[in-house]
Design a protein around this ligand. Structure first.
Ligand code: NAD
Length: 477
């Protein structure tokens, strides 16, 4: 058996890239029907291997099967079905109107495949975030190389099998491996790089992409706040927040990172939060650790990172309102609610990405808005209120990749909306038509008539007539 060396991988990457480069040129003539065949093959494999998918993701961090079905499998299958339904209209040239100075011309936007693409995925939704972008790449007619996360090896191995059994490597290939493999791939002149991960690594990706002027979609993270207004249905809001925060054990890019609650309802809100945790994760009364519906932290390194965040907060005066129990033998971290926080705590500075929920208070909405605006722009912002004016105000006066009123996280499933961040939380958008656009070059095409045209009188030598036309252009258009 051949041993896998860095040199072997490099050779394989070079070969695969070359094959895909050739294929990507041929893909310019790929029909919509051919793209649909690829998407249907993907859908069929997922349906046929449902149990294997569940087992692989569960083996990585004990993610509950129901959560796998909703947030990994359904998300991808619905993305495929959405693309199959709409791809005919997405690829149609979009006519644009002709302004008077362009009289005689016809113009339209033609979405051509960008070409070769690289998809780098994180570990937290290891199936969904590798395949969701692949659906967009295939719908747009791109070839793709996927680099899944090294931290979820069971899912990565399953994805390798999926790709091997479903696609020719000229269309879709996959390279497993550590950061070094990602770096080897990044050295290639891909036409588009779709990266999902942390803002810190996003900067590295963008620098590497700059070398080849590859376009990028960066789906990053950050601290997504949730505002609880004074006039809010607290029972409703806390149930939604507990689900959104603790699904996937808090390891969700759009999980509420911290709560800003109006001081007048803080105590009632905390009471409701406690009730909801009990209902969802401790109905047996034997502790959350016994719940089959609560996932685990992906590995010991991340557990330690979270432990340190908690220790730092407590050292600086934070109070544990709920939780805090940890079992290192199985990477268990209990849902943990913190109060009495201050800005010098790490938990208030970096993305938590785990089941710790800080709760801070505000006196009026302006204070909450100012607080959010002083931090980097979040990926998502949540506002819970019965007052539609307050909701409108928060959405208008803050900037975030997405905003959701009276719920959290579920906007990820709305594939008619663009999904993505802004600045620190990301560049570019994903999902549905917007994912298709990310992998497409919106080529502007204009057809001019032969013979007399509106622009010919403007050719030199510039005389009286051309001056008159230019003057009227400046005056009237
Ligand atoms: P990460 O940035 O550490 O790693 C993501 C991927 O990048 C992995 O495949 C990894 O191998 C690769 N990578 C890591 N370091 C690299 C380097 N130096 N050079 C090249 N490639 C490198 O992220 P993660 O820990 O896997 O995921 C967590 C982060 O992802 C969080 O910040 C979270 O908010 C974010 N995230 C964002 C979204 C979104 O849709 N916006 C979704 C999920 C996660």
């Amino acid at each position: 058996m051949e041993t896998i060396t860095k040199e072997n991988i490099q050779v394989e990457i070079d070969e695969t890239f070359l094959i895909q480069k050739k294929q990507s040129v041929q893909n310019r003539n790929q029909s919509v029907k051919e793209r649909k065949v690829l998407l249907e093959k993907l859908l069929t494999w997922i349906k046929d291997n449902h149990t294997d998918i569940q087992k692989a993701i569960h083996a990585d961090f004990k993610k509950p099967y129901a959560e796998i079905d909703i947030s990994e499998i359904f998300v991808v299958t619905s993305e495929i079905k959405h693309a199959l339904k709409h791809i005919d209209s997405w690829v149609k040239p979009k006519k644009v109107s002709t302004p008077l100075p362009m009289l005689g011309t016809k113009s339209y936007i033609h979405c051509e495949p960008k070409g070769t693409s690289l998809i780098i995925a994180p570990w937290n939704y290891p199936f969904n975030l590798a395949l969701g972008p692949l659906v967009s790449a295939l719908a747009a007619g791109c070839t793709a190389i996927i680099k899944p996360s090294e931290l979820t090896p069971h899912t990565s191995a399953l994805l390798r099998r999926l790709v091997g059994e479903t696609f020719d490597k000229s269309q879709v290939a996959l390279f497993e491996g550590e950061i070094e493999v990602a770096q080897m791939l990044l050295a290639k002149p891909f036409d588009h790089i779709f990266f999902t991960g942390s803002p810190a690594v996003g900067k590295i990706i963008m620098k590497a992409a700059a070398e080849n002027l590859s376009s990028v979609t960066l789906e990053l993270g950050g601290k997504s706040p949730a505002i609880i207004d004074a006039n809010t249905d607290l029972k409703d809001a806390s149930g939604k927040i507990i689900w959104g925060k603790f699904v996937n054990c808090g390891q969700t890019c759009i999980a509420p990172d911290y709560i800003l609650v109006h001081h007048s309802v803080k105590d009632d809100f905390l009471k409701e939060i406690k009730t909801q945790i009990g209902k969802m994760y401790n109905s047996s009364g034997k502790g959350v650790v016994k719940s089959k519906d609560y996932a685990r932290i992906v590995n010991g390194k991340h557990l330690k990172r979270l432990k340190n965040l908690l220790a730092d907060a407590e050292l600086k005066g934070a109070q544990k309102f709920y939780g805090g129990n940890i079992d290192e033998t199985e990477n268990f971290f209990e849902p943990t609610i913190l109060t009495d926080l201050s800005e010098d705590m790490e938990v208030m500075q970096e993305e938590i990405f785990g089941p710790i929920l800080p709760v801070i208070t505000f006196d009026d909405l302006e204070e909450a808005i100012n607080y959010i605006n002083l931090k980097p722009k979040p990926l998502s912002l949540y506002v819970f209120s019965k007052d539609s004016n307050n909701i409108k105000r928060v959405i208008k006066e803050t900037s975030s990749g997405g905003a959701l009123a009276n719920d959290c996280v579920i906007h990820f499933l709305q594939n008619e909306l663009p999904f993505g961040g802004v600045n620190n939380s990301g560049i570019g958008k994903a999902h549905g038509y917007f994912g298709f656009l990310a992998f497409s070059n919106e080529k502007s095409v204009m057809h001019q008539r032969v013979g007399l045209t509106a622009s010919k009188p403007l050719y030199p030598p510039y005389g009286f007539t051309s001056k008159k036309i230019i003057d009227s252009l400046l005056k009237w258009f």
